[in-house]
Design a protein around this ligand. Structure first.
Ligand code: PEP
Ligand code: MG
Length: 315
């Protein structure tokens, strides 16, 4: 099966009844963009840019960042790059950026909240991303947006930089990984060009389960109907405004989740690059109508195990 998937990796991921999904790769370093394209990825759906900031003992400058992002943009050769701006926090401090120790770092100053304390850091990153893109497609998204004020601040910063740089093909979006962002998606969809659902954190915050706590691993399941409902709210709100939605968390490469994400109307899946050929092959094995039926049933299920059983019966 893996061989067959690899052989067809450059074909589109289209369901039996003709519904096309976009399949992209998650990257933690720009050097891997070449491999992503080789694996059949239609773009990079999540570039975790932390590596640019963690690799050294001082903040990376504009030119160094431009050179780094250009590696991915050049390798993608016209395919879109979705870059997430710096997402560090109390549990992952930067050596050159001391932050006070927090009781609950996952609920503390992380993601976009941390950038709000060092605006010049985000400003330089945005300038580097937009400059590196030039006339190639770039999508920029902000991590851990929970409140309108955070989006407002980040979007204003983006608008200011874009007015100067004027990248040609750019969209600006929000990572939906805090339940409030999904619950308020209707409002965010007025302004954001797209959403990308980070199911790792969305699951953690919806179920109050630390994503790194192995003891709670069985509870930490993104197929919990509560998480699926938040995904549905996000998709419905986005589509009502003509915006697109991706999923960039681990759930996207779970074969049991795949038909549900398709059925809920997710437009793009971004998975680790090794999984790209298989996810494309799996999409081809379902029909949209079957996926939609399954999704409807899953939303009414009692828990994640019931959802998994449902999908198991259907295949
Ligand atoms: C997520 O939270 O699902 C996500 C994609 O971001 P990260 O895993 O980097 O927190
Ligand atoms: Mg996250």
């Amino acid at each position: 099966l893996a061989e067959k998937a690899w052989a067809s990796r450059d074909q589109h991921a289209t369901t039996r009844d003709g519904h096309r999904m976009e399949i992209c790769a998650n990257l933690g370093e720009t050097a891997k963009a070449v491999e992503a394209v080789e694996a059949g990825a239609e773009g990079v759906g999540l570039l975790r840019t932390e590596f640019v900031f963690m690799a050294q003992s001082s903040a990376p400058g504009l030119e160094a960042q431009i050179a780094e992002y250009k590696k991915a943009i050049d390798a993608l050769d016209g395919r879109p790059l979705v870059a997430r701006t710096l997402d560090v926090g109390g549990d992952k401090p930067l050596p050159y950026w001391p932050v006070p120790k927090e009781e609950n770092p996952f609920l503390g100053v992380r993601g976009i909240r941390l950038c709000m304390q060092k605006p010049e850091l985000l400003e330089t990153q945005l300038r580097a991303l937009l400059t590196a893109a030039g006339d190639q497609p770039i999508r920029i998204m902000f991590p851990m947006v929970a409140d309108w004020s955070e989006w407002r601040w980040a979007k204003d910063m983006f608008d200011k930089v874009q007015a100067e740089v004027q990248a040609k093909d750019v969209q600006v979006g929000i990572m939906v990984e805090v339940p409030s962002a999904a619950l308020n998606a209707q409002v965010f969809a007025e302004e954001a060009d797209f959403f990308s659902i980070g199911t790792n954190d969305l699951t953690q915050y919806t179920l109050a389960v630390d994503r790194g706590n192995g003891e709670l691993a069985s509870l930490s399941d993104g197929l919990n109907p509560a998480v699926l409902r938040l995904i549905k709210m996000t998709v419905d709100a986005a589509h009502a405004k003509g915006k697109w939605v991706g999923v960039c968390g681990e759930l996207g490469s779970d074969p049991k989740a795949l038909p549900l994400l398709v059925g809920l109307g997710v437009d793009e899946l971004s998975v680790s690059l090794k999984r790209v050929p298989m996810v494309k092959a799996q999409v081809r094995d379902w029909s949209l109508s079957a996926c939609q039926q399954l999704a409807e049933q899953a939303l009414l299920a009692s828990d994640a195990n019931a959802v998994r059983a449902l999908v198991g019966e259907a295949k």
